[in-house]
Write a protein that binds this ligand. Sequence first.
Ligand SMILES: *Cc1c(COP(=O)(O)O)cnc(C)c1O
Length: 367
Amino acid sequence: MSSEPYLLTPGPLTTSLRTRQAMLRDWGSWDVDFNTITGRIRERLLQIVSASATHECVPLQGSGTFSVEAAIGTLVPRNGHVLVPQNGAYCQRIARICRVLGRRLTTLDYAENTQVLASDIERALAADASITHVALVHCETSTGILNPLEEIAQVVARQGRGLIVDAMSSFGALEIDARRTPFDAVVAASGKCLEGPPGMGFVIARRAQLERSEGNSHSLAMDLYDQWMYMQKTTQWRYTPPTHVVAAFDTAIAQYLEEGGREARHARYALNCQTLIEGMARLGLRSFLPAAIQAPIIVTFYAPDTPRYAFKSFYEAVKSRGYILYPGKLTAVETFRVGCIGQLGARGIAGAVEAVGQVLAEMRAAA
Ligand SMILES: *Cc1c(COP(=O)(O)O)cnc(C)c1O
């Protein structure tokens, strides 16, 4: 068994050897070759969501949450009011960001196995004219549920409010097209469906909104307006960029395009997801969500129904067979999660199911 296991986790995830090899050289942040890479990444990220004509791509150092916080802090004015529909932990994180930043907040609460409804959003916006923005999580990674972005975007646009989308775990795999789906900002990061290493996020922000956002941010380092202006003027990152991550992300995007772009990536993940759910069902493990609302990104499974089960020992036993699983994030039921994304290779999902089967057999025999 290789000492390096497959990561069946939704970022960091398993990257290709070529992506990792791109980190084996140093870059100067002032160097024109490095800044050419930054420019290419920004342009390609806009193209992935067909937003080159209308939006700007502003990259930001840090994990994905840094970019979500920066988007809210920069694009929502200090006297703005954010509606956050909540059906999972990442929605709750956005609500928490609004509280910490002192932006007025209203939440709309759902059970974790229930999609956000566009009609509820429409009613909430119609009832409260002070709401300036809706902040939506596209794929709620805490369960794997898909929220209906397209319908919600239409409702928000019709009501004349702004939409900020946390598309962290969907960008590059699930379709987002700025020509058809109106949004003020889509936020994602290097280490998810584009299969780069973690370390930088980016915000695809509507140019007209970004231009108007000067002075909104409560923070210097997290000010996307300032980051954007500096990058437009100098082609450089405002403060030290994560150079190795940027170079590897560029290589990962090149491989994404070689593979066939979004449709090919989606097809690969959808097959992974189907193989996973069918394989686990054969082992008697049920998934938490019905297929119709399951995104092909990460799957939540009910914990095995055996008295010997504990996530930690299950995790360790599966890890020793070469696969890293992910703990569940639900409060009421015992679950675990398996990611469908990353460079898993031919053996990836089937091998993981086989490893889980072996561990289950041992647990059941010992029970
Ligand atoms: C991964 C992820 C984030 C960002 O999490 P970080 O730990 O900051 O990288 C935000 N939202 C969603 C939906 C995610 O999947």
